[in-house]
Design a protein around this ligand. Structure first.
Ligand SMILES: CCCCCCCCCCCCCC(=O)SCCNC(=O)CCNC(=O)[C@H](O)C(C)(C)COP(=O)(O)OP(=O)(O)OC[C@H]1O[C@@H](n2cnc3c(N)ncnc32)[C@H](O)[C@@H]1OP(=O)(O)O
Length: 192
């Protein structure tokens, strides 16, 4: 990664930490307001004309594998980098307190994001870049915060422009959530 992109990645890493600390730090309201003012000072430096789309969508802007740009450079994405190999996509991640729903448990919506993202990267990796048409998630056990999660995705059937695919989230070999879905080949720039 070029040094300028390391700067981008570092900015996002610090923002992630700030997100996490904002939900766990012991702060009274006055101290929280003080910190907010200092964060706003920083934001003022960045305000001004900016693109509508994330910078990493510009052609050639982010020389990293597809999907990694989202994980590395978007501070509200779960930090999940997937590898597609041997008919399967696999990745691992640890989600911090900012992704929490019930105490100590990953919010179900973020679990669905992990599954959908893994499926998107898998389909792109096998040359079938698709949009999610339908996704059904079975939450089999609570997905813990702060533990190493393994995310896997693959497909079961192809029917014309439709791919039926599945993904799982596991912790220590135990599946906590499984998604099955229907994905339709994207049009235009999505069509690979
Ligand atoms: C640096 C760069 C980084 C880049 C990162 C990139 C990776 C990012 C990865 C992250 C990505 C994360 C992933 C995301 O976030 S993807 C974003 C979330 N998904 C969407 O926004 C999709 C919105 N929907 C659509 O655009 C269209 O409705 C689609 C494209 C889905 C279908 O369009 P269209 O209707 O024109 O297609 P068709 O007429 O050829 O139908 C085909 C077949 O499909 C059936 N069908 C259709 N819809 C549905 C439905 N809703 N449920 C069930 N079935 C449905 C339909 O009946 C037909 O079946 P059959 O009659 O043949 O049996």
């Amino acid at each position: 990664m070029s040094s300028s992109l390391q700067g981008r990645a570092e900015l996002v890493a610090r923002l992630r930490e700030l997100n996490a600390l904002s939900v766990i730090a012991e702060l009274d309201d006055a101290r929280a307001a003080e910190v907010a003012e200092r964060v706003d000072e920083l934001a003022r430096e960045l305000r001004g004309p900016s693109a509508q789309q994330p910078w990493y969508f510009r052609p050639g802007a982010a020389p990293v594998e597809t999907g990694d740009a989202w994980a590395l450079f978007n501070p509200v994405s779960p930090p999940l980098r997937m590898r597609v190999d041997g008919g399967r996509a696999t990745g691992t991640t640890v989600l911090g307190p900012e992704f929490g729903g019930p105490p100590k448990v990953v919010h179900g919506g973020y679990v669905a994001v992990l599954l959908d993202h893994a499926l998107g990267i898998y389909l792109h990796g096998v040359g079938r870049s698709s949009l999610t048409a339908q996704l059904s998630v079975r939450y089999l056990a609570p997905t813990p915060l702060g533990s190493r999660l393994t995310v896997e995705a693959s497909h079961s059937e192809i029917d014309g422009t439709t791919t039926y695919a599945w993904a799982t989230v596991s912790v220590e070999g135990r599946v906590t959530a499984r998604a099955e879905g229907r994905f339709v080949l994207g049009r235009g720039k999505w069509r690979s």
